[in-house]
Structure formats: C-alpha cells, structure tokens
Design a protein around this ligand. Sequence first.
Ligand SMILES: [Zn+2]
Length: 287
Amino acid sequence: MKDLKEYINKAGLEGWALPHFNFSNAETLRAIIEAAYDLKSPILVATSEGERKFIGPRQAVALVQAFRDEYGIPIFLNADHTKSWEKTKEAVDLGYDAVLIDASHLNFKENIELTKKVVEYAKKKNQAIIVEGELGLLRGESKIQEYVEVKEEDLTRPEQAEEFVQKTKVDLLAPSVGNVHGVVTKSQQHVRPDLIEKIKNAIGDVGIVLHGASGVLLEEIAEAIEKGVSVIHINTEIRIAFTEGLRKALAEDSKEVVPYKYLGKAKEMTKKAVLEKIKSFGSAGKI
Ligand SMILES: [Zn+2]
C-alpha cells in the first residue's frame, strides 16, 4: 500500500485532492471510513486538540488501526491544529501518521523555529510521517457563524511561504487564501485561486492544504485543486450532518433510549455528507 506522501504526490500530479475529515467519536469515524471504503478513496481522518482530548489520542490511534485492519484501505490519522511542542510530540510518539504543527499564532521567525523542531523530531521517530506547517491567519471556528471577515494582512505571502518551507522542510503547508474555519451564514466565503497558484509556484513539491472548506462552493473547490491544493479539510459540514441526524432521531421517537439506534441516524447522515464530499474532490477510485 502507498504511504501518505505518495498519495499527496499522486493527487497533485493527477489533479484531485485527498479528503480530510475530523472526528471526536467512533460513530463519526465509522461513517467516514465506510464512505471512503464504498468509493475506494484514500482518506485522512483527524482529531484537533479538543477532539483528541475527548476521544483520547491513544484511543484514536487504536481505533484507526482497527479500521485499517478490517477494511484494508489507506486510512491516515492526522493530529490537526496542534499548537504546542508537547502536544505535537505526544501525537508523533503515539503513532499519528501526520501532524499539523500550527504555530501561526507566533511571529514568522518563531513559527519557523517551532515547525522546524517538530519536523526534525518527527522524521527521526517515523520516516513516513507527514508534517504540515501553517502560515498566515486562518480565522473562524469549526461551527456555524454569521460573518467571518478575512483581512488582507491575514493572507499568506508567497515569498514568506517559500522561505518557510525551505527553512522548515515541511511536507504540507496550510496557507490563508481567503478561507475561514466553519460555515458562515450571512455571506459567502471565497478562496483566492490566484493566491493559491502563486503560493504553489513558490513552494514547488510541497502540497497545499485547504482548511475550512465547509461551505465553499464546489466550483471554487475544483479551481483550488486545479491551482495546487492536494488536501481538503472538512469539519463543520459533517458536524452539522451528525447533529441534525441525532436531533431528528430523538425528535422522531422521544422515548428511544438505545444509543445505537439514535446514533445510527446520526452516523447515516454523516456518511451521506462524506460521500458527497469525496465525490467532489475527485479521490473516488484512487486507492
Ligand atoms: Zn483547519
């Protein structure tokens, strides 16, 4: 089976993107993996620091391994938005396949220093591990919001991106290209294909990760892939699907107390949302 790096390269060469979905419970994880299995898509699943704290990082690794053994498809586990050295080291040590060291809250120089330290440690521990760095300011949270304004100074500058990847040796870069975390209801967020293209030209083989793709129009996603995005993060849209499924099941039968029955509806709606995303990223049949 190919490793994650090979899938990222393959996606870049063939013009599709690896889907990346977050989870904090076993039902969401099962929904994501069943969808990937049905469509024969390689898949990235992830836990942010908060999600990891809820499910347990060791438990996340073990669960993903169990699914890999059972389904036999390429499933990779990412430690999404990990802000400290300690938490990143913990994820690497526990066997995560990829880590995002998000030091974008630090200044440029400090971001480079911490990211570089993570790359050096992670690669020594696990040669196949993928390390992602983040540069620029990504606003918003993975929930429903009215407005999230992207300011010009938040955006990633291509010349800084070039210096950042050269000095840190990251495999993936999460830039700020007009994207925001979460779904916005009172405006439409727009990603900037021109900026993605400039960053891609500046960073060469390093893959671009599009964060906060929930609520981004499908034609903009397609253009982002064409300009150089090779991994796409979706969290809020499947959180919404799960929660709506759960609310619906509980409303339909308020006396139901069997978790696998009402959670079954939540899982079913999550899977439906994941299937649609995988199809739109072009990764179906790419195992
Ligand atoms: Zn993100």
